[in-house]
Ligand binder design. Sequence first.
Ligand code: HEM
Length: 509
Amino acid sequence: MDFLISFIIFCITFVIWWILEDRHRSKNFPPGPPRLPILGNIFNVASQSKIPALALAKLAKIYGDVMYVKMGMNEAVVFSSHDAAKEIFNHDQANDRVVVGFVGDRNLHQNMAIIWGNGEIWQVLRRFTIRTLRDFGFGKSSSMDIVINEELTKFLGHFDQILKRSQNNNENVVITTELFDLSVINVLWRLVTGKSYELENVRLNRLLHLSHEFVRISKNGEDISTSFPFLRDWFPEWTGRNHQSKCIQKLSGFFREAVNEHRSNESYATDPQSFLDVFLAKIDENPNDSIYNDEQLVYTMLDLFQAGADTSSNSLTFALLYLTLHPDKQAKVHEELDAVLSADDLITAEMKSKLPYCTATLLETLRFSSIAPFVPNKVAVEDFKLRNYTIKKGTTIIINLQAMHFDEAVWGDPHVFRPERFLNENGQVDKAKAELMVVFGGGRRVCLGQSLAETTMLMYFTTFFRHFRLQRLDADEEKIAPSTVPILGLVYSPRPFEAKVIRRKELIV
Ligand code: HEM
């Protein structure tokens, strides 16, 4: 009995001490929900929504667009509006990525490459990658059009086979991200290595599977090990750590092999044909360089592959999903394509200005799906002041892009899928509205694949809908109903769904 009373008194004293101490420590911190000892705001966030970005967006409505939250051991400041994002995107003290948990494991606990690289390594490799990819046509519409149209030809042939098989068997097509991802990654792969794979290539298919698995098991704050990272050491199986490490070992092993294979072809130095050739030649200049070395090359390729594999293909599959659910919007896409393109026109990036409704539909898809709900988390490298608040060194900087895409003050009816919001009264894309999109992040770490992603999406989207119409099945036929609720992970993925695919015209390839 005495023990119980002493224990209760101890707990009460601890809680009072903790609350006073916490209040004192966070005096100048941005406002945020009241915190519990140890758990912090875990319950506040979890009770708002199962989707962390939406949960944080709801709390931001109460506590403000710059908000302090404590998730277990993780202290964070969340930026949830366009104004707040502008203030933080280019902040010198908040440009580094957080490299803990799965990111630390993924990068072998070293400063590696671009997405999760920091300081000089990040700066040098980002600049080198942009410049070298550009030399091989990246970002130039004329050369990208050729590469993309060649891959589109393969894609259409491949999809034609799938369609014939399912239609012979009287089946409807199950639409998954796999429809696009191999083809889309081939575009990037050609720019990086100069090579392209056949769409049936088993090895590359396996690799994409591994990458998807990694993306889906790597959580964006929705699992407890983000709040208590030591759980990853204690329970590596349960927290998915073992699984993630296996995926990364296999993925990096593949790139290591690709690098070695490429090196055996000596023409890389005399007649460089790809990003990989130029990087290998750079390594030869100084074999002991701390930046241009094999490990950084492998991780740079892994970065490009992972950043490019799930993002564009998931966005395209979301577009197919939304247009299956909104046949009226799909009809407008078809109407525009039929009016603008003559029978044998090949689609090029230049046509964008003639296809405002298609462009608006892609913008609305990117907004509505917000596949990258947060930018990869950053960290305050020193104490700094922002809006008179103190942000302490070591605080995680969370930039909630989905909150900005669903801000009622900006969009009016954000929960409605409505491409027309991006058009002005003349039916052209409203530039001011388009500029409110933050899908690719911002500041010095803005996505370096933005122009490739935009061109790829426009060309695949228009080619697909030029040839096909998607129709939702009747309720009694529908085995896998379309759902707009995403699969969570590092980026959101659409759930597979079944649809009737109707050919509109013979393939133009
Ligand atoms: C729909 C497609 C895509 C979306 C939505 C997307 C989104 C993003 C976002 C939100 C960031 C973080 C930016 C920031 O920190 O402010 C990012 C970074 C990055 N993206 Fe993309 N991305 C896409 C496609 C691509 C592609 C195709 C590539 C490959 C070329 C790519 C390569 C990268 C890289 C390397 C970074 C890291 C940049 C850095 O930290 O300096 N992305 N992306």
